[in-house]
Write a new protein. Structure first.
Length: 293
């Protein structure tokens, strides 16, 4: 059990990279997931991702609510998000989320998230740059296929940071939850690649951009809903008009049939009357007596 707790305190359980709330890549520590009873990482993420993306906070953590029947471990959900501007001028929301034990060093988790985010942005930029310089360009399917090769980099970043946890402990100590034996001089020994509070503060300045992006996305969804509602209303009106047209067509058809019958009767009666007059003038009226005798 002590070994299990030590492993939980030095490793991330589940990490995922999403683009506009759509999952791109995931990393799962299966050995830890098996040790935490009945833990459904994807379900936890799906429940919290929407709240994370619409919040004003760009970097932070939130507790995960689990009942004792699910897990006896206290878990935290660390997240980091950034607005990514594409070559065509559009913007996307990039979010990295990690699920870990509450005893995992905060700076370790945030450093992993930052390195994954920076690496993906650089990786995507290089692919798009290569596609723009290639004669004839590259199709969107080819670009997506190349982006799919990022997952091994994501796993390498996580494993490298976890493997060097003890070596980087002095740099990570600033964000540690358990700070017994705290050495003030060691707080200044930060690695250049490790995220620090100043970087978190600078990242938080982008909150309005993210908020505006999410509001724009919400407005687009609402507008799409209005268009669908309008299309449904138009369809209903078209169905009603079609029903009315069908009834009117049947009524007109019936009237035309009655008119045709009337016309046939009138013509038949007129022809019979003319024949009667013609025969009667020769044979005598009213019962053709001359011709009969």
């Amino acid at each position: 059990m002590p070994n299990s707790n030590t492993e939980l305190n030095k490793h991330l359980i589940y990490t995922t990279l999403t683009l506009n709330s759509t999952t791109l890549y995931t990393y799962e520590n299966f050995s830890l997931i098996q040790k935490v009873n009945n833990l459904n990482c994807s379900e936890i993420l799906s429940q919290e991702l929407g709240l994370i993306n619409v919040s004003k906070t760009l970097v932070g953590s939130m507790s995960v609510s689990t009942s004792p029947s699910v897990t006896n471990s206290s878990l935290l959900l660390y997240f980091m998000k950034k607005t990514m501007v594409n070559q065509d001028g559009s913007s996307d929301l990039l979010t990295v989320v990690a699920l870990a034990s509450v005893n995992v060093n905060k700076m370790l988790a945030l450093s992993v998230l930052k390195k994954i985010m920076d690496k993906y942005i650089s990786f995507k930029h290089d692919i798009e740059k290569e596609a723009s310089t290639t004669p004839g360009g590259s199709s969107s399917d080819q670009i997506k296929a190349k982006l799919g090769k990022f997952k091994p980099y994501m796993s390498q970043i996580i494993k490298f940071e976890e493997m060097n946890y003890d070596a980087n402990n002095s740099a990570y100590r600033y964000g540690a939850i358990n700070s017994e034996g705290h050495d003030e001089e060691s707080d200044t020994l930060f690695d250049a690649q490790v995220i620090n509070p100043n970087q978190l503060l600078l990242a938080s300045e982008e909150v309005e951009d993210v908020r505006q992006l999410m509001l724009d996305n919400i407005n687009k969804i609402m507008n799409r809903g209005d268009k669908i509602s309008s299309l449904v209303d138009q369809t209903d009106r078209l169905n009603n008009s079609s029903s009315v047209f069908t009834k009117k067509a049947q009524l007109i058809k019936r009237k035309m049939w009655v008119s045709k019958i009337k016309f046939t009767l009138i013509v038949g009666t007129s022809v019979a009357f003319l024949l009667y007059l013609l025969v009667g003038s020769q044979c005598g009226f009213p019962f053709f007596n001359h011709c009969i005798h």
